[in-house]
Write a protein that binds this ligand. Structure first.
Ligand SMILES: *[C@@H]1O[C@H](CO)[C@@H](O)[C@H](O)[C@H]1NC(C)=O
Ligand SMILES: *[C@@H]1O[C@H](CO)[C@@H](O)[C@H](O)[C@H]1NC(C)=O
Ligand SMILES: *[C@@H]1O[C@H](CO)[C@@H](O)[C@H](O)[C@H]1NC(C)=O
Length: 256
């Protein structure tokens, strides 16, 4: 009997230890989180510190002003107003946030990814041509023209865009599955990094010389996804996103 009990205790302990061992690390809530040894030097714990729950108030869960359009006087002719954990502190640890996006006629939210979130978008006004590109080696473009009331999903991590193909302004609202989704705008990250990426890297990656780059299965190779999707992304989107002549975009699309 005693032997039976200690056996059960052993089984329970092994089960407990192995469940701890197989538990995964928490998802990152920001780009980097380098460990430090002194807690007093900490900036935050994967996300933000928590307020004493007894001191929470309605304002911690509130934001006002999403009825106002963002300023679209910029190269993309669009503006994203984010309502994330920086705007609503009560979103901390809840895994959700939202944005309002305004587009001038022919304005766009250029090709970008959210490293930490899936996005679900609805059109309030106007007509948007939207799409996302699957990862290598397929690089399939999944696109659609959306009208008022239509809803579309952009899966986590995939390159996607919205382009206002109507003659009037467009407005969309989107929900994102992170308190801090992050945004990587492809053209800015690749051609606008600070300091710049060695041009030899980009020359070969984007086949701006005659050499052919290799493809790596299971990853998103930026040049392939953006210029080599099947079917191709509307050249007007890439012309504006990369600030290129349409002829250059068509040349790049023929190379991938
Ligand atoms: C919150 O309030 C409750 C009830 O007044 C109290 O028991 C508890 O200790 C408080 N918690 C903190 C973190 O102060
Ligand atoms: C978006 O609009 C806001 C509010 O008008 C403005 O402060 C911000 O600079 C705009 N962003 C861009 C990229 O134009
Ligand atoms: C929008 O941004 C542009 C460029 O930054 C600026 O000149 C203009 O005054 C802004 N408009 C509003 C309404 O804030």
């Amino acid at each position: 009997m005693k032997k039976g009990v200690s056996f059960l205790v052993t089984v329970a302990l092994v089960a407990l230890v192995s469940s701890l061992a197989s538990a995964s690390d928490p998802s990152p809530l920001q780009d980097t989180c380098v460990a430090i040894d002194e807690p007093k030097d900490a900036v935050f714990v994967n996300g933000k510190f928590c307020k004493d729950p007894n001191l929470t108030v309605a304002e911690d869960f509130f934001f006002s002003g999403l009825d106002k359009p963002g300023n679209t006087s910029n190269a993309a002719a669009s503006n994203v107003t984010t309502v994330n954990v920086d705007k609503i502190k009560g979103l901390n640890t809840l895994g959700i946030s939202m944005v309002r996006i305004d587009y001038e006629p022919y304005g766009q939210n250029p090709p970008h990814t959210h490293p930490r979130a899936t996005e679900i978008l609805t059109v309030l006004e106007g007509t948007l041509y939207v799409g996302f590109v699957t990862s290598n080696t397929e690089n399939r473009l999944i696109s659609k023209v959306l009208n008022k009331g239509d809803v579309f999903v952009f899966p986590i991590g995939l390159i996607h865009f919205q382009f206002n193909v109507g003659k009037t302004k467009a407005v969309a609202i989107a929900g994102l599955s992170s308190q801090n989704p992050g945004v990587i705008t492809i053209a800015n990250a690749v051609f606008g990094s600070d300091p710049p990426i060695n041009p030899d890297v980009l020359t070969r990656a984007f086949q701006l010389d005659k050499k052919v780059s290799s493809q790596n299965p299971g990853v998103i190779t930026i040049a392939n996804a953006v210029f080599g999707s099947d079917p191709p992304i509307n050249p007007d989107v890439l012309t504006r996103a990369f600030q290129l002549d349409k002829s250059v975009v068509k040349y790049l699309q023929s190379r991938f």
